[in-house]
Design a protein around this ligand. Structure first.
Ligand code: OAD
Length: 250
């Protein structure tokens, strides 16, 4: 792949020339080329190997906190070992061409380590640890990483003694209010929305492209596969994040 498809190049130039903003919505596919597994779609994706109802709900935590914490410690370890890919770095460069809001469903920190400021982590952040009971942020170091999928007893809150949980949004939980407000604001005010590496199956985040479109934005999807969002996108660029984004940022 050598160039940005002409129609997408044209939209980007019109956005830049018209003083418009871009909103980039990213999902797990954004980090796939950094070696972080996606949730769906491949034989080694997370939800094909693990049951989200046993690992990613408040009920699962109450039932077996050591199982859940061990799994999240494994995921944190994967992220710590990974490096931002060319797509992450390109988004940081793109902010020099056009004002950009970055909204991610990803709970890793690869956008930040790739040089971007994330405006909204709508599904939280793995490393923003807090107490399950009182919500106090956990400031101390992480406990030692154990091996793949071992049970690990969670650390304890210094204030109330309850267990420390990962800073992610679990199924059935509300999105962080500030992040969601920012995401909606960005979607309603942008002229161009780039939807990168998401299956578009998990709401409310999956509703952001339609919201942007209703407010007049052009929606461009970047994904090697067609998704639930493709039919409603203005342009679909069948490419990976690390292929497409460096071309756009040039
Ligand atoms: P999914 O795993 O559902 O979808 C990943 C998408 O990335 C798929 O559409 C792939 O085709 C695409 N993809 C794979 N490799 C790619 C690449 N190199 N470049 C670009 N795209 C690629 O991930 P999400 O849509 O992010 O929620 O999942 C949404 C939410 O479901 C997650 O935030 C998580 C999960 O349950 C919570 O944890 C709350």
């Amino acid at each position: 792949m050598r160039a940005v498809p002409a129609a997408i190049d044209d939209v980007l130039h019109r956005t830049i020339d018209g003083g418009g903003h871009v909103c980039v919505l990213t999902g797990a596919g954004m980090s796939a080329e950094s070696g972080i597994p996606t949730f769906r779609g491949t034989h080694d994706s997370l939800w094909s190997r693990f049951d989200p109802m046993r690992l990613a709900t408040a009920g699962a935590w109450r039932e077996d906190p050591a199982l859940v914490w061990g799994w999240y410690r494994w995921r944190m370890h994967r992220v710590r070992e990974a490096q931002p890919n060319a797509g992450h770095r390109a988004l940081a460069q793109l902010t020099r061409r056009v004002p950009l809001w970055l909204v991610t469903q990803n709970v890793d920190d690869l956008h930040e380590r790739g040089g971007s400021t994330v405006d909204a982590h709508v599904h939280g952040n793995l490393f923003a640890l807090r107490c399950f009971a009182c919500g106090r942020a956990h400031e101390g170091p992480l406990d030692e990483y154990m091996d793949d999928a071992q049970r690990v007893e969670p650390m304890r809150c210094v204030a109330c003694g309850d267990r420390i949980r990962p800073g992610v949004v679990w199924f059935g939980e509300a999105l962080p209010e500030d992040a969601w407000t920012t995401a909606v604001d960005a979607a309603t005010r942008c002229s161009l929305m780039l939807v990168v590496g998401t299956s578009g199956l998990v709401y409310p985040a999956a509703g952001l492209p339609a919201l942007a479109r209703r407010h007049g934005a052009v929606v461009v999807e970047i994904n090697p596969e067609l998704t639930a969002l493709s039919a409603d996108a203005d342009h679909v660029w069948c490419a990976t994040a690390a292929q497409a984004l460096p071309l756009l940022a040039r």
